[in-house]
Design a protein around this ligand. Structure first.
Ligand code: COA
Length: 259
């Protein structure tokens, strides 16, 4: 049985479902391998505009790294797993298409880290976001501390890390981490609806704006502002920008070709 299922609920969407519900979708080495392979498949498919990531079952998105694997391995295996996880998260963050985390329960440790690498998070009220590694005598290793710090600020990050606090879907929404909170039966529809809006935006514009947000966040403001204009000037000369502007003036929907 696949540890991560790839399905296509709609032409423009790839749905990746982490599928170890009996272990609350905890991440292990083979699972990360399948996950990474699916990203390659989806990246190469021009029809896919958005990747939605969710967890199988009704309890968890992903309850973190497989703690059993930590107990079995030595420090070499532990290091290899952490490096693999970090590479996966970096890749997810830089993925050229839009990514949505649909969080349906526990998003702890590596699960929260994956959500933090997505562009948009939608969640149920019962979602629980946390970085509880301190309770194991450890600390995050897949970017959680640093991405949460940047996404929610030092006080929220300290509260989550030092008190191992779990943020509910509503709380994460109030903090600006979660775009929408919806009931479990509506979660996938909500993500699909968002993906539908994304599909209306020109593909090159979406890809460049995503990169702009990621790179701009790490840059000094003058550098980031220059980056913004570089992106705009490049997009202005694309065929899709010509089409988008003509379509607006002709009061018809634009047909973008990604060039
Ligand atoms: N790694 C390995 N197994 C995990 C896991 C993890 N991160 N999280 C949950 N599981 C397993 C449990 O061991 C249990 O397996 P079992 O039925 O074979 O005993 C199963 O998933 C169900 O979990 P359980 O703890 O019984 O559910 P719960 O509702 O009582 O508690 C959590 C849910 C998420 C609060 C609890 O499982 C937990 O704290 N998990 C670890 C979270 C964590 O520390 N993540 C960061 C890891 S670095």
């Amino acid at each position: 049985m696949a540890l991560v299922e790839l399905t296509r609920p709609r032409e423009d969407v790839a749905l990746l479902t982490v599928n170890r519900p009996d272990k609350l979708n905890a991440l292990n080495t083979p699972l990360l391998g399948e996950f990474a392979d699916h990203l390659v498949t989806v990246e190469d498919d021009p029809g896919v505009r958005t990747v939605i990531i969710t967890g199988a079952g009704d309890k968890a998105f992903v309850a973190g790294a497989d703690i059993g694997e930590y107990a079995e391995g030595d420090s070499q295996a532990f290091t290899a797993f952490q490096l693999r996880g970090r590479a996966f998260n970096d890749r997810l963050e830089r993925f050229p298409k839009a990514t949505i985390a649909a969080v349906n329960g526990f998003a702890l440790g590596g699960g929260f880290e994956i959500a933090l690498c997505c562009d948009i998070i939608v969640a149920t009220p019962s979602a629980r976001f946390g970085l509880p590694e301190g309770l194991l005598g450890l600390s995050p290793g897949g970017g959680g501390s640093q991405r949460l710090l940047r996404a929610a600020g030092p006080f929220v990050a300290a509260d989550v890390l030092l008190s191992a606090r779990r943020l509910s879907g509503e709380r994460a929404h109030a903090l600006g981490l979660v775009a929408d909170v919806v009931e479990p039966e509506q979660l996938l529809n909500s993500a699909l609806e968002k993906a539908g809006y994304i599909a209306r935006v020109a593909p090159l514009a979406a890809r460049e704006m995503k990169r702009l947000l990621r790179e701009g966040a790490d840059a000094a403001l003058p550098t980031a502002l220059s980056l913004e204009q570089e992106v705009l000037f490049r997009l202005y000369s694309t065929a899709d920008a010509g089409e988008g502007i003509r379509a607006f003036l002709a009061k018809r929907p634009a047909t973008f070709e990604g060039r």
